[in-house]
Design a protein around this ligand. Structure first.
Ligand code: NAD
Length: 381
């Protein structure tokens, strides 16, 4: 069978779902590989590099979609791309099925199978295919770099002949995958780093990375972990009030605030209010990684950078992984390659779409002319 990767059609998207290295590994599983000419260019992979790795270069998207039995891409398919799916083809990409129901139904109707990378269950066995975590890790890192680029001072404190420089103070709100990556980057650059999460169990992880966990004088009744699947759930009004009071106290002292707080299937909670922005020093920077879900800061403008009247920069970009396209393509392509390994138990270049496998079942949203989303909960850990 042939695995093909087209050029991403979403404006500004620089990632690519196959790299020369991942193609070499896919060929070891028995697959032929093909790529649309120029698909890897923005991520730093030339047609020549693919050709050297044994990948067939195909001139047009139409021809690529036609010859590929399996299409691997990054972004959900456009309407035009879904039209190119035919009976028996397999599409692997981020899909966000709850938000793209029409596309999912159309793909199922055409008899194509679809594996959504955003639906890979977050169980230990599937970590190697967890593209959400790969991308969140990059977003967290890049958020700090972007903040530093817009901040007029060092992160680390210095004593120089020209005077003493205080270290920057960074607050990371939300210590999931992106938040922890931001904390690691911030502490390694030498900033005094604070972090907060509604899940107190992450305090130890935060502290082991050299940051200080911000504790509240308030105890929320513990939620049943099985009920929330390890994710955050909506806090009580009393807890939120205590959290906001703490942030209000910290705001004047923070140079950089990175917010990453999300609750699955909801708008992002508003945690950094206008009065907190007003209380920050000129030159401070906020990076709102929740911008796509409405933002943790009300003033955030999605995909924009703004500077407030009191000189605070607020960054609401939603394309951090694409801004590091070589790294993110490498990790995404590796996630796909691991998925293909599980789909090819006999290493014979043929997909065995095993719907009894928790990971494959969980991520499959269309198969054999049926919509198979939402999946049943996984049986294994
Ligand atoms: P996410 O992107 O959904 O949310 C980011 C963080 O925001 C979470 O840590 C959440 O607790 C926090 N948050 C929500 N509301 C908040 C509030 N009001 N104030 C402060 N923080 C708030 O999370 P994620 O990065 O996808 O990770 C969520 C969970 O999934 C974690 O428990 C993580 O360990 C787990 N996970 C498991 C695997 C695996 O087992 N393979 C992989 C990745 C993540």
């Amino acid at each position: 069978m042939k695995i093909g990767t087209p050029k991403e059609v979403f404006e500004g998207e620089a990632r690519v779902a196959m790299t020369p290295d991942s193609a070499r590994q896919l060929q070891k599983l028995g697959y032929d590989c093909a790529i649309e000419s120029g698909a890897g260019e923005k991520a730093g992979f030339t047609d020549d590099a693919y050709a050297e790795a044994g990948v067939e270069i195909i001139k047009t998207a139409a021809a690529l979609w036609k010859v590929a039995d399996i299409v691997a891409k990054v972004r959900p398919p456009s309407e035009a791309e879904v039209k190119r799916l035919t009976q028996g083809k397999l599409l692997i990409s981020f899909f966000w099925p709850a938000q793209n129901k029409d596309l999912m139904e159309e793909a199922a109707k055409k008899g194509a199978s679809v594996i959504a990378m955003d639906m890979v269950p977050r169980i230990s066995r599937a970590q190697k295919m967890d593209a959400l975590s790969s991308m969140a890790n990059i977003a967290g890192y890049r958020a700090v770099i972007e903040a530093g680029n817009n901040f007029g001072r060092f992160f680390t404190g210095q004593i120089t002949a020209a005077g003493k420089v205080p270290p920057a103070k960074v607050l990371v709100v939300g210590a999931g995958v992106a938040g922890l990556a931001a904390i690691g980057t911030s502490t390694s650059l030498g900033a005094i780093t604070y972090a907060f999460d509604v899940r107190p169990e992450v305090a130890e992880q935060v502290e082991s990375m050299g940051a200080e966990f911000v504790f509240l004088d308030f105890e929320e009744e513990a939620k049943d972990g099985a009920e929330t699947g390890g994710y955050a759930s909506v806090s009580s009004p009393e807890f939120t009030a205590a959290q906001l009071a703490k942030f209000r106290e910290l705001a004047p002292d923070m140079d950089i605030v990175i917010t990453t707080a999300l609750i699955p299937n909801r708008e992002a909670p508003e945690l950094w209010t206008k009065d907190m922005v007003d209380a920050m020093k000129p030159g401070s920077v906020i990076v709102d990684l929740a911008a796509e879900k409405g933002g943790n800061c009300k003033l955030t403008k999605m995909d924009e950078k703004i500077v407030t009247d009191n000189g605070v920069t607020i960054i609401g970009y939603t394309d951090f992984p694409s801004r590091m396209a070589t790294q993110s393509s490498t990790l995404f392509a590796t996630n796909i390659r691991h998925l293909m390994t599980d789909l090819t138990p006999d290493k014979d270049g043929k997909v065995k779409h095993n719907m009894e496998d928790d990971v494959i079942r969980g991520a499959t949203i269309a198969h054999e002319k049926e919509v198979t989303f939402p999946p049943p909960p996984p049986k294994t850990k």
